[in-house]
Structures are given as C-alpha cells and as structure tokens.
Write a protein that binds this ligand. Structure first.
Ligand SMILES: C[S@@+](CC[C@H](N)C(=O)[O-])C[C@H]1O[C@@H](n2cnc3c(N)ncnc32)[C@H](O)[C@@H]1O
Length: 196
C-alpha cells in the first residue's frame, strides 16, 4: 500500500513526539529562510495544538517570547518563554488585552485555517478573511524589520492579498512546503524585513 504525504508526516510527528504534522511545514520554511531567531518575540496565531511552538520556543530561548493564540485551548506544557491564550482573533477586546503587554513582535506567524465545510469557494473565502486579519494584526504588532508568515488557501483573493503584503515588506515569497498534502490549496506567504 502506498503512503500519502499526509500519512507519512502524521506518523513521523507521532514518532518524533510533535503535537501536529504542521511542524514540518514551519521547519522547512525556517531552515530555508530563518524566519525566527534567538531572542525574538513571536506571535503565533492559530497555534493549537502547539507544534509550531515546539519549534519556535527553543529557537527564541529564555531571552525571547512566544505568544500562541487559538480558539481552542492549548494544553501542552511549554517552557516559561511561552504564553498561550484562548480566544478569537476577530475579537478586538480579547486581542488588545492579550497583546498589550507583549507588543512589539519580531515575527507574526499564522497557521490559521477555517474548519473546512468541503465547499471550496466558502472555505477559500474564510481562509482569506483569516489571512487578512492576521495581516492587520501584524501591521499593528510587528516591529520594524519584522517578519510575517501566514497560511492562505489559494483562490481569487490571492493576488490582491499578495500585492497588499508586498507594499509593507522588502522581500515577499510564496512558499509551498513539501509537507503540504498534494490535494491541498494551501500556500504560505512569507514577508520579511518590514519597511520602516
Ligand atoms: C492547522 S491548525 C494550527 C496548527 C498549529 N500551527 C500547530 O502547529 O499545532 C489551525 C488553527 O487555527 C485556529 N483558528 C481558526 N480560526 C481562528 C480564530 N478566529 N481565532 C483563533 N484561532 C483560530 C483553529 O482553531 C486551529 O487550531
């Protein structure tokens, strides 16, 4: 029986004691582009169950900070430089209270995805809304020269959103990590060096 990419990374994550196979996507992006550095302050949107934090927590180390936010509780116990919060990123009061003491960040990451309905147009539109909100929060919370990395289901909004991001950063790339399922429409927009 042939294993799909999904099976392979799912099994690998279990074997490696990672909370989700999503870690391999960030791992690849991090290896290629060094998005997160020692001592950085990182905001991770859509962070549950926490596999991206398993990667970024040790990279930033004790001098850094990772704030992970998700609708779902993040139950894993992380080291002291990690703060996890449960809430909706569209709730302005929650976001402001959650981030007030932690801004600015050197990197804003978003792996947020809508719970998929199977109706492609609807799922793509909801993914675009999550991306736009992540970008809005990044512009608010990101330090000069900071990085923004966010997931997006490719659809009719893709070129508009990419053009919008490009205005604010020196380098912008579209990345599709190896660990992405073959049939998936998801890509990541990686923008580095926020313009001052
Ligand atoms: C693919 S998972 C993230 C996996 C995570 N990066 C990891 O490595 O463990 C997408 C997450 O986005 C979250 N999400 C979706 N909409 C959200 C919202 N409005 N506010 C906060 N989190 C949201 C979901 O609850 C889900 O946990």
């Amino acid at each position: 029986m042939a294993f799909t990419v999904q099976d392979y990374y799912f099994r690998k994550a279990k074997k490696d004691n990672y909370l989700a196979r999503a870690i391999y996507k960030l791992e690849e992006i991090q290896k290629r582009f060094k998005v997160v550095k020692a001592g950085d302050r990182v905001l991770d949107l859509g962070a549950a169950p926490g596999s991206w934090i398993q990667l970024t927590g040790p990279i930033v180390g004790g001098a850094g900070l990772v704030v992970g936010i998700d609708l779902k509780p993040i139950e894993h116990a992380f080291p002291k430089q990690v703060v996890t919060l449960q809430g909706d990123i569209f709730d302005n009061d929650f976001v402001e209270a959650a981030l007030r003491d932690h801004v600015p960040f050197n990197a804003v990451l978003s792996d947020m995805a809508p719970s998929t309905s199977g109706i492609k147009v609807a799922d793509t539109a909801r993914s675009a809304l999550l991306f736009e909100r992540a970008f809005e929060l990044a512009l608010w919370a990101l330090a000069p020269r900071g990085a923004f990395l966010a997931k997006l289901f490719q659809g009719s909004d893709f070129h508009r959103l990419l053009a919008e991001v490009k205005k604010h950063f020196s380098t912008t790339r579209v990345v599709r990590p190896e660990a992405t399922r073959k049939q998936s429409k998801e890509i990541y927009i990686l923008a580095m060096n926020r313009k001052i």
